[in-house]
Design a protein. Sequence first.
Length: 314
Amino acid sequence: MLLTVIVPCYNEEEALHYFYREMEKVMGVMQDVEFELLFVNDGSRDKTLENVKEMAEKDRRVKYVSFSRNFGKEAAIYAGLQYAGGDMVCIMDADLQDPPALLPEMYRVVVEEGYDSVATRRVSRKGEPPIRSFFARMFYRIINKISKTDIVDGARDYRLMTRAFVDALLELGEYNRFSKGLFGWVGFRTKWLEFENVERVAGETKWSFWKLFMYSIEGIVAFSTVPLSLASFGGVIMCGISALAIIFIIVRQILYGGSAYGWPSMVCIMIFLGGIQLLCVGILGSYLSRMYLEVKKRPIYICKETNTTKNEGN
């Protein structure tokens, strides 16, 4: 049984040796399993690639794929899935926020209980800024209400999958990727393991509030068309309100006369309606921009160098 651990890396030179040390402990416990540690260097600007190459010289289980530039974590995950040669595949962050110690239990669940996937979720957000935690919970509430795909609150990308599960993911070759949604979309039997939030072992997070916000927009647009319906519904409501307002002004003018003055309030109404229109145009633009990127058929990533090959079965 070959188990590939995919490790997306972007400027993780400070955390890599901690991660490798923890994985050595896990691999020592799981002696009946052959391991492949596949590091995907996502255009790091520090010594991440150099450190991975040093590990590869000392340990034949260490493989790497290095991008020509930074393409993002979603591209790194997809590349890892393409290059993974294992009968089982695990995705894990290098900063140890995904505890490697959970891997033996995840493996046992797949082998003994017959699940196709074992996923993990955080049951707490200790150490995170309160406002970030608030918006994260709101995102999960919203997307689960407007999307048919089940996305679990607190879900991590840390997940162990069978080869059948991985092959199903690789059939989804879309450019704009949101893995948390794709994992749920393909189906299969999944068991969830819960754990307390773990802070980074070293380095700084690469996910700013703005990046997380844009990533959430990506997820909503990728797995729901409800915003388009809301734009249309909002347009109908505003037209109805405008029609009632016009009737009210006409009736008041007929009854009282000289009551149609008040251009400041009219300007406010016009600005409000203009804002609604721009919002609707923005929603349409979000969907059209993603269609534009998809039809260009650009590669999801460009591999600059590697010491392994793509899985021929994919």
